[in-house]
Design a protein around this ligand. Sequence first.
Ligand SMILES: [Zn+2]
Length: 479
Amino acid sequence: MSCCFRGARVKGKFKESFLLPALSVKPVLTTELPILREKLNPPTPSIYLESKRDAFSPVLLQFCTDSKNPISVIRGLAGSLRLNLGLFSTKSLVEANAEHAVEVRTQVQQPADENWDPSGTGQTWPCESSRSHTTIAKYAQYQASSFQESLQQKTVGKIIKFGTNIDLSDPKRWKPQLQELQKLPAFMRVSSSGNMLSHVGHTILGMNTVQLYMKVPGCRTPGHQENNNFCSVNINIGPGDCEWFAVHDNYWEAISDFCEKHGVDYLTGSWWPVLDDLYRANIPVYRFIQRPGDLVWINAGTVHWVQAVGWCNNIAWNVGPVNSYQYQLALERFEWNEVKKVKSIVPMIHVSWNVARNVKVTDPDTYKMIKHCLLQSIKHIQILRDQLVAGGKKISYQSRVKDEPAYYCNECDVEVFNLLFVTSENGSRKMYVVHCEDCARQRNPNLSNVVVLEQCSMEELMSVYDSFSLVSTTSSSSR
Ligand SMILES: [Zn+2]
């Protein structure tokens, strides 16, 4: 391409979406209202794998990533792949890394379909829990004694502790555990060429690394969509079960409205949906039990909340299959996060360019969406560049180094791509801080004391854009 935006006149702030509505691939679910009560409790898409071969069939990938299936349970996956889940049992974890850090959420035990307000007068949405820290060994002790106590007395409304977000990213500390997960089909693995999160170029803890959860009955993961609407994989290690609730992405705004009504922030707050509220709003809820060895695939954008039925551990991570539905929802949330001033944990512009550089895209819809995003990205950069040059601001080229992370604005958390507005703080020459253009100008309208760094030349970007083409499935085996 040639630089068609050069000299484009832009009045005020240039801000265009990275998405083109005409390219939307969202499914049309149902139009009849009200939905029959039985349709509000749909059966959960489930697969029982007969053999190891079934796990590697392309049909499984199609089933899991079908935009009409918000969530899928692969029954007995661990068994059919002969995964040794014992490596993630509490006993093995203590033996491997007893002193490893565990984040603890203190909660009140209650039935899975109830969430009482603190005064005990009625059901509500907010479900705050306080946070503290412990170690794997200490939580293991708590988990075991909680089990012993339960044999002696039945309790209700007691205070329980949930061991969450235990970081299993270190390949040296968790070698046998992480190796075992390589037995999964490629599209479910923590890392694979078809996974957008493997093209970020750096670690995003809990997303492209494994996290572990240690539970006693009643431990709750409040309602949420994954960061940037990415897919998620969750395996129950056992010995107890987990109960899952899930709602299709199409209804997330309705759920967000409920949160707002109850004074809890949808994106950053903790909430547990009142089921009757959802049914009254004609929102279908998938509800099912995940047994030990079952793998749950949470499709892009699915709102879900989980409660432990028994004593169990779970492992989970995110994946971003390169398909149009995933890509669209990820970019939509990227833009919504900016509106809500919430950080996008996945730097989607950075990822889009890396996918264009490194992935052979075979699906035309996905290709068109990514190509459009790149075009918008080039447009943003060119217009910003021209404005800087016209204002006499020097732009210094500084090429990216290997494993250099994506950048976010220090003030507003928006992703800053390619043109970085850098200041050195506290007079220290070594403490460089990155800002977006808006925040840089807010501090310093004429950008004196701000260095503008360019990480890729326009020529480089345009060359990547031009080289990014749709790969035909017949002429190449890309995945
Ligand atoms: Zn900013």
